[in-house]
Ligand binder design. Sequence first.
Ligand SMILES: [Cu+2]
Length: 149
Amino acid sequence: MLKITPFSGLLLLAFGLSAHAQEAAPAALPRTAAPESALTYLLSPANGATVTSPFTVRFGLRGMGVAPAGVTTANTGHHHLLIDVETLPPDNLPIPNDANHRHFGLGQTETEITLPPGQHTLQLVLGDALHIPHQPPVRSEKITITVAQ
Ligand SMILES: [Cu+2]
């Protein structure tokens, strides 16, 4: 008989969370509805700002609530910060999990990041319990910042 101890259960959970974005994904997954009026935005830095690394990025959300990944309560989601992403990931698949697509699955509303000097873009996308953008997608404007030497 397979015995799941609390420890191995945690390992399974941790593996499941880290592996979700790498799994071979089906062509499309069901999407979670979002209110048409929902809006996410970057509180800071401001579009066009010059910053020095490391710097804090603050996330805003209106018309929905922030919830950790895995929570399926209606009208909630968690933030994803897209850094220097030119082509948005598909709206019907989990958002990739890499250095350019950062997940805030604990429900964080700010982060500190380090980027090399030069111009960079930042954009927020809300994801549902399974890291899939809502329907319609809740995305911020893409901003451009300059990281000073
Ligand atoms: Cu996510």
